[in-house]
Ligand binder design. Structure first.
Ligand code: MSP
Length: 714
């Protein structure tokens, strides 16, 4: 297998400030670079800026700046964004650098000497913003650019041409190459587009301009500047030292034999990368990159992002907001690669971002982290236990048996997927294909099984038992939970480098994940280490309060101040009907509301019975406890955040004597969802959790199997 890996992003136009589209490509490439380093490859990760062209010249003039001043003023924004997003390229190339100008001119001369460049006259439609020529057949309605919809200009000028036509057609060199390398472009649908375009025959390509100056001059004919796409594409070679093809970097990373070079691009620039670029390389006698990975586009509310629509999402602002919530860039990185399969288009919204972070990171991974770390500290003195592996079995078999014994039959599928060996296979296969969302799915299957294992084995009960067998079981459950957390930290590190380092350290490690090398195809074998102690620290992913919860809170605060106001009830949609509690879990409030009239629920009807309609007035919902903490100065009250499907509720319950908070996190409970909010010791409770028994002997009402939060209980 190749031991070097070259990954590039497109170089970004400086006529625009960075937006989420740019962030997407670069996060994907950075994630891939980190993954490849983790697997032991020597990686070279390149990004940069595309600074020449007519558009830059125009924008700079409009701003009263020189071209150089203008580009210099924009580049730091890109560099700054990459820093903010924890993106660590090995090089940042600018097309205005001298090394690049030299490389482009050299390439031009090579192509010319080869006889693949000739001088002619060019006449066609040109889109300045896209720097693209179009034939009249390709134009959109009213002579507009088929890509961006803006008006195009007719251009006629003397031009150098590249003999692209040589490479296309039924028997062209590029056609033959594509037919023999069907994974040259992924996804497959885009490969097919490219192949039929090339097979259909190609026109020679105009590769110089005389209508503007801001570019790389044609060697020996300086009134021409080299076409920006030839200029831009060459960045991939410049950064490796071209024209010195004997340089160490060039030999290491340009794919003459083993090395693997991957260009990550958006679908809009596929033609340049999958048609022009390989043809230039073929003409120059250079090898082609291994793969062009073309991702989809982010839209906003189903529409293309554009300055004129004012709907451009600024990644700086997104990450700054996430910083305020203690989530940081990692939440955004995760969202971008998890939300939409790479290759497809996706629609961006703040709501989708928050939901994704809350459900996957704060709930699933956050729960596993919280419970594992807390219980290891509490029940095992902080030392991570080790799963006992019988002499006659492998760690995988031991884990398989463990999951099979801990999780009831209906979790077979998840259980199967969760076996570390299988997960690592899916993860590896998916990552190698840049199938990020699939790779994350496989890790989430594992996280979910680990959470279920904790639910089913109830370590909090095992810890109370004196039996040796229960003690062993307790150690096994928490040992496996810690291993799953460890595997998650490693496999998710390329996606969320800083948060995974945090979890890694809380698991007692002192080394750095960005310096680790791991055999991903064999994850289960490196994870057993004896005598490791956990180190408690901050929660990696605090939950983001949604606007709905904030609105609910604000409304119920107002309701507490003015209990009679009708308008307030209307503003609290799920907490409108006052009903009486069937259990003492939430003690009666000291003032206001109808919470203290428990026994009357039956007495209110003659004969002690109620009709089904009365019962149906109580909105009982399945809830999942996301967070739980003691209410200060109370031995009984616990403040919980409970996911009830449509929203998350804060509920204060008198269960602290029967259940320590960490035993509540992750539990499925029944919530009375339409109870009027009340304040307990000054803390608002937005519902009630059902339980039976006295204060000390209280048991939560639950289910014998997992039920989705929000499901109605009837
Ligand atoms: N300068 C050229 C690339 C030259 S590479 C030799 C260019 N620059 S760009 O700044 O316009 O776009 C760079 C990348 O951002 C492209 O891969 C493009 O697909 C991506 N995106 C721009 N807007 C996007 C979205 N709305 N969504 C996803 N990616 C998008 O093209």
């Amino acid at each position: 297998m190749a031991d070097t890996f070259y990954i590039t992003t497109p170089i970004y136009y400086v006529n625009d400030v960075p937006h989420i589209g740019h962030a997407y490509t670069t996060v994907a490439a950075d994630t891939m670079a980190r993954y490849m380093r983790l697997t032991g490859r020597e990686v070279f990760f390149l990004t940069g800026t595309d600074e020449h062209g007519q558009k830059v010249e125009k924008t700079a003039a409009d701003k009263g700046m020189t071209n150089r001043e203008f580009v210099d003023s924009i580049v730091p924004r890109f560099r700054g964004l990459w820093e903010k997003l924890d993106i660590e390229p090995d090089d940042f190339i600018r097309t205005t650098e001298e090394r690049h100008v030299r490389a482009v001119q050299h390439m031009f001369s090579v192509l010319k000497d080869k006889g693949d460049i000739y001088k002619g006259e060019y006449e066609d439609w040109y889109c300045v913003p896209c720097e693209s020529f179009w034939t009249s057949l390709q134009l959109g309605k009213g002579d507009t650019c088929p890509d961006c919809g803006r008006p195009v200009e007719k251009l006629k000028e003397e031009s150098y041409f590249f003999r692209l036509s040589r490479y296309g057609g039924e028997d062209g060199e590029l056609t033959r190459y594509l037919e023999a390398n069907r994974d040259f472009v992924v996804p497959e649908s885009r490969f097919n587009e490219v192949l039929s375009f090339v097979k259909g025959g190609l026109r020679d390509l105009s590769i110089s301009r005389t209508s503007f100056k801001w570019g790389v001059p044609v060697p020996g004919d300086e009134k021409h500047v080299i076409y920006v796409w030839l200029d831009a594409l060459m960045n991939y070679l410049t950064a490796l030292g071209y024209p010195d093809t004997d340089s160490e970097k060039f030999r290491k990373f340009w794919p003459s034999s083993d090395p693997v070079a991957v260009h990550v691009i958006g679908k809009d620039i596929l033609r340049f990368h999958a048609v022009y670029w390989p043809a230039f390389l073929m003409a120059a006698g250079l090898p082609l990159p291994k793969r062009i990975v073309s991702h989809g586009w982010w839209t906003i509310g189903g529409e293309k992002m554009s300055k004129s629509k004012g709907n451009v999402v600024d990644p700086f602002a997104v990450v700054e907001e996430l910083d305020r919530h203690g989530i940081g860039a990692d939440g955004f990185r995760y969202f971008l690669l998890r939300e939409v399969p790479f290759g497809l288009d996706g629609d961006y919204s703040r709501e989708a971002l928050v939901n994704r972070i809350n459900s996957d990171l704060a709930n699933d991974l956050g729960n596993l982290h919280f419970r594992t770390i807390n219980m290891i500290e509490k029940y095992l003195g902080g030392e991570i236990p080790i799963l006992e592996i019988p002499d006659n079995s492998t760690p995988q078999e031991a884990l398989q048996n463990f999951f099979a014994s801990m999780i009831p039959g209906n979790y077979d599928v998840a259980g199967q997927q969760a076996i570390f060996g299988i997960v690592s296979k899916y993860y590896k296969q998916s990552m190698d294909k840049l199938d990020f969302s699939d790779a994350l799915d496989s890790i989430w299957a594992l996280i979910s099984v680990a959470n279920k294992t904790i639910d089913y084995s109830a370590p909090w009960n095992l810890a109370k038992s004196e039996k040796t067998e229960d003690r062993r079981k307790l150690e096994d459950v928490l040992g496996v939970a810690a291993e799953v957390l460890k595997v998650s930290a490693i496999t998710l590190y390329p996606f969320m480098p800083s948060k995974m380092q945090l979890i890694w350290e809380q698991l007692g490690h002192t080394d750095r994940l960005d310096e680790k090398i791991i055999d991903i195809s064999d994850i289960s074998f490196f994870i057993y280490e004896k005598g490791q102690k956990i180190k408690r620290g901050p929660a990696p992913f605090p939950r983001i309060e949604t606007d709905r919860i904030r609105a609910l809170k604000a409304a119920s605060d107002a309701a507490a101040a003015k209990p009679a106001a009708a308008s307030i009830a209307a503003a609290v949609p799920l907490a409108a009907q006052p009903v009486n509690p069937p259990s003492p879990l939430v003690p009666p409030p000291t003032s206001g509301g109808g919470l203290g009239r428990g026994p009357q629920i039956v007495d209110a009807e003659a004969g002690g019975v109620i009709g089904i309609d009365d019962f149906m007035k109580v909105d009982l919902r399945v809830g999942k406890v996301l967070e739980a903490e003691r209410v200060p100065k109370s031995d009984k009250l616990v403040k919980m955040k409970i996911d009830i499907g449509a929203e998350t509720r804060q509920i204060v319950g008198g269960i602290g004597k029967a259940y320590p908070p960490e035993e509540l996190v992750g539990r499925t409970v029944i919530v009375v969802a339409n109870l009027k909010p009340a304040k307990l010791m000054g803390i608002e409770s937005q519902g009630m959790v059902l339980a039976a028994g006295g204060v000390d002997t209280l048991r939560l009402v639950g289910f014998d199997d997992a039920v989705v939060p929000g499901t109605k209980v009837k």
